[in-house]
Design a protein around this ligand. Structure first.
Ligand code: PLP
Length: 507
């Protein structure tokens, strides 16, 4: 009842939404709730099993007029919200890419939410800006990025919310640099390049940045090249565009594509880009994390010649969403494209150009104190443990890959680079003749694998998602949830095999 009284106005009619003792009491309840959630997360079906609109049926039509106690609210979270959650923190979660949680990441988030600052410029909270710059230099060194990407080398890093924002910011920086040379009236000539495997973030960024929709090139990749973009294919596309009077602007190269974790080899791509004056952004949203391990660093060889590089600490680096780390060699280009300086933000430190004002490195003005959680992660685990953590996932994925390889009904479709395995039941196992319509062996295989994946996912035992690469429907097994152990991986393979056997027998 204490909470009820505390949330009601006191006798003088003043509500106390920040009463420290009440915060302590309710905060402990919420921490206990979350700790219990983690303890029990394995018991829930991994993919939520609710039907669309389920929550509307359970909720009142309008907000409560009188306050309700935290105990009741938490009870409703358990009863009504948890069933509608897909459990990304479950050890049996292998879908999309991970959202690896950690105590340090979580508590860092709590601290920054606790301070609840709005750190748009240095003056609005000097620690937020300075810690961000320091942490980005630390991380840049961990990744062995060339010194030009670090503040100490004339470049610098910034924490964006997501990779979509990072790509958009770098694209508008590149666009404005180019337009200065060719004139704003020629914006329709600018061309943006990626591969047919590049994340849709680049297309969205191009749309927002005012690039002519006809001037977005998704250069074809092939299975022979493991779905990586080649320098030759890029060159051919660029040359054809130049012949048509267009102006090549921007290449988004990917280290660890979303569908199959393919790698675009940066060295040859950057050479071509340099020849034709393109800005190269390296999107290592998923795989960037593991490049802090010396044995994986080679995947970003060639980054010396890129203009910007980003990875998501909120994917596979124990840091809660959102936290995309972006480095640029030329912060001036970002600032030129993104800065505004209204009177109400004027201050001495900015005026004297003594400080970084991160509002000018991003889309929004207001920004969160994200560096605190990243700093907590780096300090709490240290480079040594972070590497161990990442390697343990790669090892588990390798183990899964080995088990797939031993069952003749299955194949690994593309080489595994990191901790994601793309696999399927081979067409030879599937009887194409059994289908109602006449289909090719490959179509039958695609249909069958899609059906198998749905069966597996609706069981709630594990959760994987799919991709189509080179026309082949594959199941993606992405290891990366922080609670996953090898026993879960062994169990997952058993689940896949059992569902496959049942479906093969019944079809
Ligand atoms: C390679 C790649 N790029 C970009 C993104 C988009 O990331 P975000 O959601 O942070 O914008 C993803 C998401 O999975 C990704 O895999």
């Amino acid at each position: 009842m204490g909470s009820l009284q505390n949330q009601k106005p006191d006798s003088a009619g003043v509500m106390k939404p920040m009463d420290p003792e009440e915060f302590r009491r309710q905060g402990h309840l919420v921490i206990d709730f979350i700790a219990n959630y983690y303890k029990n997360v394995e018991k829930y079906p991994v993919r939520s099993q609710v039907e669309p609109g389920y929550l509307q049926k359970r909720m009142p039509d309008s907000a409560p007029y009188d306050p309700e106690p935290i105990e009741q609210i938490l009870q409703d979270v358990q009863n009504d919200i948890v069933p509608g959650i897909t459990h990304w923190q479950s050890p049996n979660y292998y879908a999309y890419f991970p959202s690896s949680g950690s105590i340090a990441g979580f508590l860092g988030e709590m601290l920054s939410t606790g301070f609840n600052i709005v750190g748009f410029n240095w003056m609005s909270s000097p620690a937020a800006t300075e810690l961000e710059s320091i942490v980005m230099d630390w991380l840049g060194k961990m990744l062995k990025l060339p010194s030009e990407f670090l503040f100490s080398g004339g470049g610098g890093g910034v924490l964006q919310g997501t990779t979509c924002e990072a790509i958009l910011c770098t694209l508008v920086a590149a666009r404005d640099k180019a337009l200065k040379k060719i004139g704003r009236e020629n914006i329709n000539k600018l061309v943006v390049y990626g591969s047919d495997q590049t994340h849709s973030a680049i297309q969205k960024a191009a749309q927002i940045a005012g690039i002519n929709p006809e001037n977005f090139r998704a250069v074809a990749t092939t299975k022979e090249n493991s779905f990586g973009l080649t320098g030759a294919a890029l060159r051919a596309t660029i040359e054809s565009d130049i012949k048509s009077g267009l102006v090549p602007l921007f290449l988004c190269a990917t280290i660890g594509t979303t569908s199959s974790t393919a790698v675009d080899k940066l060295g040859p791509l950057c050479d071509v880009a340099e020849e034709f004056g393109l800005w190269v952004h390296v999107d290592a949203a998923y795989a960037g994390s593991v490049c802090i391990c010396p044995e994986y660093r080679h995947f970003i060889d060639g980054v010396e010649k890129a203009h910007s590089f980003s990875f998501n600490a909120h994917k596979w680096f124990l840091t809660t969403l959102d936290c995309c780390c972006l480095w640029v060699k030329e912060p001036r280009a970002l600032v030129d494209a993104l800065s505004t300086y209204p009177e109400y933000l004027r201050n001495k430190a900015s005026e004297q150009k003594q400080v970084v004002d991160y509002k000018d490195w991003q889309i929004t003005l207001s920004r969160r104190f994200r560096s605190l959680k990243l700093w907590m992660v780096l300090r709490s685990y240290g480079v040594a443990n972070l590497r161990k953590f990442l390697r343990s996932h790669v090892k588990m994925a390798k183990n899964f890959e080995g088990m797939v390889g031993m069952d003749k009904r299955f194949e690994v479709v593309v080489p595994r680079n990191f901790a994601t395995v793309c696999f399927r039941i081979v067409p030879a196992e599937i009887d194409a003749g059994n289908h109602q319509q006449v289909v090719t062996k490959e179509e039958a295989a695609n249909n069958f694998n899609a059906k198998l994946l749905e069966r597996i996912n609706e069981s709630g035992e594990i959760y994987m998602t799919h991709a189509v690469v080179g026309g082949e429907y594959v199941m993606r097994f992405a290891v990366g949830a922080s609670l996953t152990e090898n026993r879960h991986v062994i169990l997952a393979w058993k689940v896949v095999q059992e569902h496959a056997s049942a479906l093969l027998t019944s079809s």
